[in-house]
Design a protein around this ligand. Structure first.
Ligand SMILES: *Cc1c(COP(=O)(O)O)cnc(C)c1O
Length: 361
């Protein structure tokens, strides 16, 4: 069996160990005689899976007790409207920083429900940097302040969080959840679609401070009300059972094999630097993002020729490096190197790039 190195931005590579455990447990989960796909979500055996998933996430991310952890559906996209419906309910205003397509979609969706102020944007340079923020431009009575912490398409990330005072900070961490330590107490709400760094597609994680619950707009659909899900332990209706189970296995993998997020971060920094160091020294390839804002998870890069880019992508695929074509809005290539991408995958990719450069210059 030959597995490729999968650099997909999402859905993306999962730890091989997790896939093997899932395969072993497919027909008979721990003596229950059933697959996790088949069991009732109200059964005792499933209850222990979802509770364990939550407790692992709380442990790994160091989530304080006054935050609820919700496992929802609808992807990060559904959060773009769920957040304003639940939070934009006092002044009816919110601040957004536009650092890419996802941040922009979030901002556009929110503006259907209230007054949105775009504090800053990096659109002028095709989102290749994180704008410096001036607190005097923040809306004093905003209901929240939204940022996208890792910008999956453009390959940027915040190194420093804005100081929003009493205004709750809301962060999209879809493509960086559990990739590095994050101080949850700095946020009112964090959310992530799981299919980048934590699980297959199908579960959306919301971490929300309890005092922000219970003020949803009157017309908010039941399924879009955080309080309903919080009061029912993410079991108001059928949760994405199997995806939550795989997420639990991934979280166990993170805990046992990476030993907490501090170690993970060191590993992710070292892993990304293998690629960035090569890009900085290459005469053919270059990264597209300003150095200080580079993402540890998504690394876009280009050559100066569209033909060479296409040739590289084709030959990379033939050599087992797949899904490396860049997003159409940046062009060129993008290597997404999430937690589950082994160090060896990045080393081999760099080796292949070096060889390609020699052969084509
Ligand atoms: C992928 C992604 C989204 C959209 O996620 P869906 O789960 O497909 O709705 C939103 N924000 C970021 C940062 C992403 O990477």
């Amino acid at each position: 069996m030959a597995r490729v190195y999968n650099f997909s931005a999402g859905p993306s590579v999962l730890p091989e160990k997790v896939l093997k455990t899932a395969a072993d447990e497919m027909l008979d989960y721990k003596g229950s005689g059933q697959s996790v796909m088949e069991m009732s979500h109200r059964s005792k055996v499933y209850d222990s899976i979802i509770k364990e998933a939550e407790s692992l996430l709380r442990e790994i991310m160091n989530i304080p007790d006054n935050y609820k952890v919700l496992f929802l559906q609808g992807g990060a996209w559904s959060q773009f409207s769920m957040i304003p419906m639940n939070l934009m309910t006092k002044s009816g205003k919110a601040d957004y920083v536009v650092t890419g397509q996802w941040a922009s979609k979030a901002q556009q969706e929110a503006s259907r429900y209230g007054e949105v102020n775009i504090v800053a944007s990096s659109k002028d340079k095709n989102f290749n940097y994180i704008p410096k923020l001036d607190p005097s431009t923040f809306t004093k009575d905003a209901d929240y302040f939204h940022i996208c912490i890792n910008n999956t398409i453009y390959g940027t990330r915040y190194n420093e969080l804005p100081d929003t005072g009493d205004v709750p900070l809301v962060g999209d961490i879809s493509s960086c959840i559990c990739s590095e330590p994050i101080d949850v107490t700095k946020f009112g709400l964090l959310y992530a679609g799981a299919q980048k760094n934590l699980a297959p597609a199908g579960v959306t994680i919301v971490i929300v401070r309890e005092d922000l619950l219970g003020n949803a707009m009157d017309f908010t659909p039941t399924m879009y009300n955080y309080k309903i899900h919080a009061d029912n332990g993410s079991m108001f209706n059928t949760p994405p059972c199997y995806t939550i189970y795989i997420m639990k296995l991934v979280l166990e993998w993170i805990k046992n094999y990476i030993v907490g997020l501090e170690k993970k971060n060191e590993r992710n920094i070292n892993k990304a630097n293998i690629l960035y160091d090569f890009l900085d020294n290459s005469k053919m390839f270059r990264g597209t993002v300003v150095k200080e804002d580079r993402s540890l998870m998504n690394v876009p890069f280009v050559t100066d020729s569209d033909e060479l880019n296409a040739k590289f992508i084709k030959e990379a695929e033939a050599n087992g490096f797949v899904n490396i074509k860049g997003h159409r809005s940046v062009g060129g290539m993008r290597a997404s190197i999430y937690n589950a991408m082994p160090m060896e995958g990045v080393e081999k990719l760099v080796e292949f790039m070096r060889k390609f450069e020699e052969e084509n210059s």
